[in-house]
Design a protein around this ligand. Structure first.
Ligand SMILES: Cc1cc2nc3c(=O)[nH]c(=O)nc-3n(C[C@H](O)[C@H](O)[C@H](O)COP(=O)(O)OP(=O)(O)OC[C@H]3O[C@@H](n4cnc5c(N)ncnc54)[C@H](O)[C@@H]3O)c2cc1C
Length: 473
């Protein structure tokens, strides 16, 4: 069986490639290969077990139709400044056009029409003034908040649309390799995700790899094996911070998400806030090799008493080391080891006092952890000195913008690691050094958010559909 296009990975970048190409050229034969399940079959047993049972061979939070997006908070960042490096590749204004275009598709499928973070202009000015005083930069970014439950509904509709319009989707199928002949892509080799017994090959004129953060390591090994040009990027390591809503109330109301960037002394590394969830919940996701990493999300209606956000410190390496994914994984492994395989949580005051946190101390706090199976302990015993210093100094600066943020009861969960560091060299048409092989989304190293991954997929669909103008077709 030969296809016009095979897409590996049904995350936002993969599904929007299929969506847009199908819209432009409905006759094209498209095969979407996904190692996880259809969206309606994805579920996390934690709802019943109350603690992560480390599902094998994959975690349903990050795997299945709509990828990490389905169970994500569904915050669409509507600014080119956020979510990846595509502006460097195809231009800032063009990315903004693609954001507006892709946003309309989300609206078509039922996204909330409200946009957060644009109304309170005077109050935003005041937050910016305090940020400047603290040596931080406030990034303007309007947000469309889908909410975890609504995001699932929207992606369900997109899945139905693709199936109704002739896109073939193979669930439970893991791509193991690509088939390359004379510098051209020819197809992919796959196996059954669960049993790993079957071996099949599918052929196509074009192959798109959109395997997400989960597939970043696998893609790196493909790059090495097939000599696909790539370079080591940065790795972001940090913690998820949780405070009472009362502490963040003002900023939550004005901005919903405060995107702040700083370069704290003495290292002057880039440190930033990421993925803020007012009234949200801290969550755990599992990567291959049983790595437990922390994340956060929020529902549209169900609210907690806390707000969580990530503080991430970027690390760049130079000769002779060029394995940032491995570095991030080692740090995460060490933190997991101290937490007995679970996420560690520590109070900020204990970090400053140089002591671990005990479980009974947590229960005395105003801030009740929204990740109940996180283990109280000592993050500082595993976090590299440089990262920990960056985090502490950034929290102190943030305290000027949000008084109370550096409170003794503030919770730090670890590890939060972003594995998007291997950057595949691609053209402006997203083509790799192998002809007709394209890399998209978080696995390509060019995106790190829903909107940027989605619009990269939309643009890919347009390129493959030979559309040269955004509104064509
Ligand atoms: C808990 C959580 C909350 C988040 N919240 C937000 C948010 O609010 N806003 C935001 O902008 N971003 C958020 N993100 C990040 C966002 O979800 C990702 O940036 C986005 O989903 C990336 O899209 P993608 O298409 O590149 O990859 P993914 O969404 O990761 O999808 C990749 C897919 O490829 C599949 N795959 C991987 N390898 C193979 C293989 N070998 N064979 C077959 N299939 C394979 C995977 O199973 C997966 O389904 C969140 C992420 C998480 C985990």
């Amino acid at each position: 069986m030969k296809y016009d296009l095979i897409i590996v990975g049904a995350g936002p970048s993969g599904i929007f490639t299929a969506f847009e190409l199908n819209r432009k050229q409905p006759d094209k034969k498209i095969l979407l290969i996904e190692q996880g399940k259809a969206i309606e079959k994805r579920n996390c047993p934690k709802d019943k077990t109350k603690k992560c049972v480390n599902c094998q061979p994959y975690c349903s939070i990050t795997t299945g139709f709509s990828g990490a997006g389905a169970f994500s908070d569904g915050k669409l960042s509507l600014s080119p400044e956020v979510g990846g490096d595509l502006p460097e590749l195809i231009g800032y204004d063009y990315v903004q056009e693609l954001i507006d275009y892709t946003d309309k598709i989300y609206l078509q499928f039922g996204a909330d029409t409200k946009v957060e973070g644009v109304e309170s202009k005077e109050e935003i000015k005041e937050v910016r003034r305090k940020a400047i005083e603290a040596g931080l930069k406030l990034v303007d970014c309007p947000i469309r908040h889908l909410g975890t439950e609504k995001a699932q509904e929207i992606y369900q509709k997109i899945q139905n649309y693709l199936l109704d319009n002739g896109v073939e989707i193979k669930f439970g199928t893991q791509t193991t390799d690509i088939i390359v002949e004379d510098g051209f892509i020819k197809g992919v080799a796959v196996t059954d995700s669960l049993k790993k017994t079957s071996d099949e090959k599918f052929y196509a004129d074009n192959v798109v790899i959109s395997a997400g953060r989960k597939g970043a390591d696998w893609l790196k090994s493909l790059c090495v094996e097939h000599d696909i040009s790539h370079r080591a990027g940065t790795v972001d390591i940090g913690v998820r911070v949780e405070v009472r809503n009362e502490v963040m109330e003002r900023v939550n109301n004005i901005l919903y998400e405060s995107k702040l960037i700083g370069y704290p002394a003495p290292f002057k590394d880039k440190v930033r806030t990421f993925c803020q969830n007012p009234g949200g919940f801290v969550s755990q996701e599992n990567y291959d090799d049983n790595l437990a990493v922390v994340n956060g999300h929020s529902y549209k209606d169900k609210k907690s008493n806390n707000t969580n956000l990530a503080i991430l410190s970027s690390h760049n390496f130079s000769h002779p080391f060029n394995q940032p994914i491995k570095y991030g994984a080692k740090v995460a492994e060490l933190l997991n080891m101290l937490g007995g395989g679970r996420i560690l949580v520590q109070r900020y005051g204990d970090i400053l006092d140089g002591k671990r946190t005990w479980q009974n101390e947590l229960s005395r706090s105003n801030v009740v952890p929204t990740l109940p199976d996180a283990v109280a302990g000592d993050i500082t015993s595993a976090m590299p000195y440089r990262t920990m210093t960056n985090i502490i100094n950034f929290i102190e600066a943030l305290n000027t913008v949000v008084p109370g943020f550096a409170g003794t009861e503030t919770l730090l969960y670890g590890p939060e690691v972003k594995f998007y560091s291997n950057k595949v060299e691609i053209s402006q048409e997203f083509e790799t050094s192998i002809k007709n092989l394209y890399c998209l989304g978080d696995s390509s190293g060019w995106t790190r958010g829903l909107m940027m991954a989605s619009l990269m997929g939309v643009r890919m669909g347009q390129i493959l559909g030979k559309g040269t103008h955004l509104n064509e077709g």
